[in-house]
Design a protein around this ligand. Structure first.
Ligand SMILES: Cc1ncc(COP(=O)(O)O)c(C=O)c1O
Length: 461
């Protein structure tokens, strides 16, 4: 049977057969990973340090990385477009970062007392984002947790409004309606708050309320309904965990107005966009400044760290200790050394110009293949990040992603990439991230593999 997807004849049986073939190939090519997986399962749930690394039939265990390349434990070489979930815009083993970290290593790595490095990094973040006050954290989860505390501390209210389908880390307040199943999510006009897993107090869902992305009217209705209860609104200015969903024109401006009018704290979660889509992240790109910005991932060049930027008013609550923002490793000198080198020496104006050019070229190459093979797909991208979305209609929110994306094609494309030397984020949840160490050669390889996939999937026997 042939199902017509838009202009394309894609035979589901063909997709299923190719998927089975490619799955078997992946297992065959990554046998050593399979052995490690068997060993790891005895000491780590699902054989992985973090649930996000779980994969079928097993995760590909990585041995090392250099520049834009990684090698797995079976010796397979890949051009890396996964880039550590968007952390490694600097490239692997970047000599500038390595030198800065080694220097700091020799001078002591931890004192739990401030060092000058934290001031230098905070000054650079202030320059990039325009927010005056900064504190450091150890991850994106901590950054958004601190942001929620700030919102509640500043307003004395409990409820946090978030976007349906976004992930903001794994603390209670935001583990709601992250990937709600279709049968539990309720009406679009009044989405249910669905806990993401077990282990949160039963009151959590009532204190975190979801709204659809890109719909300022829906946000306005909810804020009116919850008048007097809401502390703040947290959102990714561009959604980055259902491929990439950019904000529609005027959306962020309206969100800014609606929150400001009501005295609510507006939090931008820029854990993924920060320093990756522009020097000042999505805040710079879309020209809307929130009250709090959450950063992590790309700002520390591969070391685990994060930061929270805030207004002077919110900073005063932290300074006085009314809102507790603290941690043994906050502003750790090793992490600060990596962040300083990343922000001041690698992700410079030239670095961003290179990333943007590479990204545009890669998207243009994918667009050409999509059009030539009439694939039901389109590209979306910004800064160092982009993706092929297997839908011929634009995706504006989580519910579009559930219903409009050809999930089988997305997964098959991932298998083709992995089996042909392109290390990619799995499935339809993610995007590619480029580094300053990528070159046209890496792009060429990506496009060759994507074309091979397009040809195989659309060819008629
Ligand atoms: C948008 C966003 N916010 C927060 C987080 C949590 O960051 P971390 O994994 O560093 O805790 C993530 C992680 O992927 C994220 O994508």
């Amino acid at each position: 049977m042939t199902v017509t997807l838009d202009n394309t004849d894609v035979d589901p049986a063909r997709v299923a057969a190719l998927t089975e073939r490619e799955r078997a190939r992946l297992a065959e090519r990554t046998r050593r990973s399979g052995e490690l997986f068997a060993r790891a399962g005895a000491v780590m749930p699902a054989g992985v340090p973090s649930q996000f690394q779980k994969a079928d039939p097993w995760p590909v265990y990585v041995d090392r990385g250099d520049g834009a390349r990684v090698w797995d434990v079976d010796g397979n070489e890949y051009a890396d477009f996964h880039n550590g979930f968007g952390v490694m815009c600097v490239g692997h083993a970047n000599p500038v970062i390595a030198e800065a970290v080694k220097r700091r290593m020799d001078a002591g790595t931890h004192f739990a007392a401030p060092t000058e490095g934290s001031i230098v990094v905070a000054e650079e973040l202030r320059r990039r984002w325009g927010l005056p006050q900064w504190r450091f954290t150890n991850s994106g989860t901590e950054s958004t947790m601190d942001a929620v505390h700030l919102a509640r501390g500043a307003t004395g209210k409990d409820v946090i409004v978030k976007i349906e389908g976004t992930y903001h880390g794994h603390h209670d307040a935001v583990m709601v309606s992250v990937k709600p199943p279709a049968d539990l999510m309720g009406d679009r006009d009044r989405p249910n708050a669905v806990p993401y897993g077990l282990g949160y107090p039963s009151t959590t869902a009532s204190q975190t309320r979801p709204v659809p992305f890109n719909d300022a009217d829906a946000l306005e209705r909810l804020l009116d309904e919850l008048e007097g209860q809401v502390a703040g609104v947290i959102l990714e200015p561009a959604m980055m965990n259902i491929n990439i969903v950019p904000p529609v024109d005027g959306y962020l401006q309206r969100v800014r107005e609606l929150t400001a009018e009501r005295g609510l704290v507006l939090i931008f979660d820029e854990v993924k966009t920060g320093a990756a889509v522009a020097a000042g992240g999505a805040t710079e790109l879309f020209g809307v400044t929130p009250d709090v910005v959450c950063l992590a991932k790309a700002i520390c060049g591969g070391l685990p760290g994060g930061a929270v930027g805030m207004t002077d008013e919110l900073g005063a609550l932290v300074a006085s200790g009314q809102v507790r923002q603290q941690g043994t490793f906050n502003g750790n000198p090793l992490v600060m050394a990596a962040a300083e080198a990343t922000l001041l020496e690698v992700l410079t104006d030239e670095g961003y110009a290179k990333l943007h050019k590479l990204n545009e070229d890669l998207m243009a190459g994918c667009d050409r293949i999509i059009s030539e093979y009439k694939l039901p797909a389109h590209t979306v991208g910004m800064g160092s990040k982009g993706c092929v979305v297997f839908s011929s209609e634009p995706i504006r929110e989580y519910r579009d992603y559930l219903t409009k994306i050809h999930h089988d094609l997305t997964n098959l494309a991932w298998l083709y990439h992995m089996n042909n030397g392109i290390f990619m984020t799995p499935g339809e949840d993610e995007e590619w991230t480029l580094s300053v160490m990528h070159t046209d050669e890496h792009l060429k390889r990506y496009l060759e593999v994507f074309e091979m996939f397009a040809r195989d999937v659309t060819s008629v026997d």
